[in-house]
Design a protein around this ligand. Sequence first.
Ligand SMILES: Nc1ncnc2c1ncn2[C@@H]1O[C@H](COP(=O)(O)OP(=O)(O)OP(=O)(O)O)[C@@H](O)[C@H]1O
Length: 340
Amino acid sequence: MKIVLENVVKEFNTFRAVRGVSLEIGSGELVALLGPSGSGKTTILRMVAGLEFADQGAIYFGDEDATNIPVRERGVGFVFQHYALFPHMTVGENIAFGMKVSKKARSKQEITDRVNDLLRLVKLEGLNDRFPSQISGGQKQRVALARALAVDPKVLLLDEPFGALDANVRHDLRRWLREIHDELGITTLFVTHDQEEALDLADRVVILDQGAIVQEGTPEQVCREPNSAFVMKFLGDTNRIAATAVNGVVDLPGARLTAPGVVDGPVDILARPGDLSWSATGEGIPVSVIRVIDRPEGRRFLVRTENGETLELDVPVSTRAASGDRGFVQVLQGNAYPRS
Ligand SMILES: Nc1ncnc2c1ncn2[C@@H]1O[C@H](COP(=O)(O)OP(=O)(O)OP(=O)(O)O)[C@@H](O)[C@H]1O
């Protein structure tokens, strides 16, 4: 089921939380709405769900104008951050709940079979008779997904479903959700403020700021071609280096970057920690080391320039330095944006 949002606006009193959002989610696509807190992600999801109504614009489910269709008739399944499982019902009863209250009549046997199928799908066989208080947070979110899937939704809406879980569980659930999505192919809209989660999971990422879409594209497009300093900074660690553009070129100590289309004048070069290199002697921006940080994935130097700017750069684990050591940083790659 394709979903289309056409110039959707939502105001709370006089505050415009969503400012004319247009978006198409293809049938079977998994799209992530990604943005900082307050950027309007949840409000958009709630309008798609029918829990909130747009003040302007339209929302289509397939070819049908769903803008004013109430939540019960939209055929959507939800999973929220806070599990909202019914505490007095077992896992099996929680999953069966939607089927029991649905307009579509199902026999007891049909419901039991469907619950067992779903428990297998979410890899929770055998937990049928436990209560929510007797399972882990990650397991609760699997039950919540099984419950959402039980009524064969046309659309799945997930609002920070793994937000309350620890990093390892989140990581596993992310992979698992993608597998389930690939198996079932349900059109899915996923809200998160976690860049890594969005990039890992989604076919397409829609980046929001202050109620408006600032960029959308595949993870590759938004990572490799961020269209603004905001998007580049929001998607991952960046260094900012003050410089000047002249005739589409920015000269830095030991490096020349092209900045096509950038107006002459002061610019900020934004560069990822992996786009800077270190040399103890040689050319580049003179710096002194503040700290060396070791992580499983590699080593990072925090350094300070003579202007007092702090830079972070990833170095090979064989590169050694101590706090106070002097050296040089070369900018191998970076994007130039007019100085903000
Ligand atoms: N019912 C409401 N009444 C008044 N203002 C609201 C209401 N719901 C949301 N807002 C405001 O609308 C803006 C967008 O909120 P929304 O929850 O959509 O953002 P979000 O991107 O999902 O944020 P978060 O990541 O913190 O959940 C915020 O400024 C919020 O305070």
